[in-house]
Write a protein that binds this ligand. Sequence first.
Ligand code: USQ
Length: 386
Amino acid sequence: MRVLILGGDGYLGWPTAMHFSARGDEVLVVDNFAKRRWELEEGIDPLLPVSNLHSRVKAWREISGKDIELRVGDLLNHRFVYKVFEDFQPEAVIHYGEQPSAPYSMQSRETAVYSQHNNVIGNLNVLFAMQSAAPDSHLIKLGTMGEYGTPNIDIEEGWLEVEHNGRKDRMLYPKKPGSFYHLSKVHDSANIEFTCRIWGLRATDLNQGVVYGISTDETDMAPELRTSFHYDHVFGTVLNRFLVQAATDEPLTVYGNGSQTRGFLNIRDTIQCVELAADTPADRGDFRIFNQFTEQFSVKQLADMVQATAKRAGVDARIENTPNPRVEQEDHYYNAKHTGLLELGLKPHLLDDAALDGMFAEVQANCDRVNADLLPPTIAWARNEK
Ligand code: USQ
């Protein structure tokens, strides 16, 4: 299969590229290295140095004997996007190429507008290029569970059967996102649904939960193939942050009372889910939606699990309830369906003691590289003065 990966330099994009390449697919990665610029803006480095994409593609060739093709360009440049589609004629388009951080988007007017402009227009350019140059290709779009927010009813997989005044229809599930970033994905979903319905494109929207983990089969092959792992308050996701905080004797920053609940998954399952979606494409005209997570945890539960993990390694980790910098519900109902990917064959890697011990050991081995200044949250949702 010809697989186009947008955002191929990222935490998830790079391991995905290697995975499809390893199984013999023809892979083209596209990136404009915007994430590296955002890191520079914020003074942030990943836990371990990640070499540039050209070097990683070269290392992959030397180690695996397989080629990953690379094009550097911006999804906001529609001519570039059209050219990529015309030249490569993808069968699967895996779209990770967006600004992924809720805190980044909530920092200022500038970063909010940038996040939505970058994500929404980039995605529109992809849809137009698909329609023009590869209308039979299958878009696999990384959405987020945060599109739904925390409604007081069960969360379905993207669609809701509604009965109103005696009539019934199937509608996109109502969205109550919690940041300008999450909102950008809501806008993307609406645009993709529209182009499937009107142009007959085929798409799968993967509403992904919070990803954790540092290793996949391919990243483990050599240090030069590793992917980025962030623990800072802007790009680090909660479990990755707690592991680093515990390993460096910094308090685990549970925001508010920690009752807020989310869906989580291991980075290995991100790769597995994307592969399952690619291997069973949506039909023409179908906007297929999966909720992509394997387990639900509250933030407090995660902190307790990390504290227990640290204890097994002889480390006393402190949990600190930090005033919540976000505006989000803490005590809420949460029951999100996630059967679609299991039905396609997903075999989850669950967050058991062995998984936690493995991640903790890896983080501990590198904790001298942690910059503790990047741990406390400094971006508040309700104040936007910049
Ligand atoms: N949290 C803490 N302490 C921390 C960091 C986070 O209590 O030190 C809490 C947050 O308040 C939130 C939860 O943990 O309630 C998750 O926060 P997060 O930063 O791990 O994840 P989030 O901002 O929701 O975004 C991440 C990814 C994003 C993806 C999303 C999936 O950065 O790209 O879309 O997870 S989801 O959360 O399901 O929308």
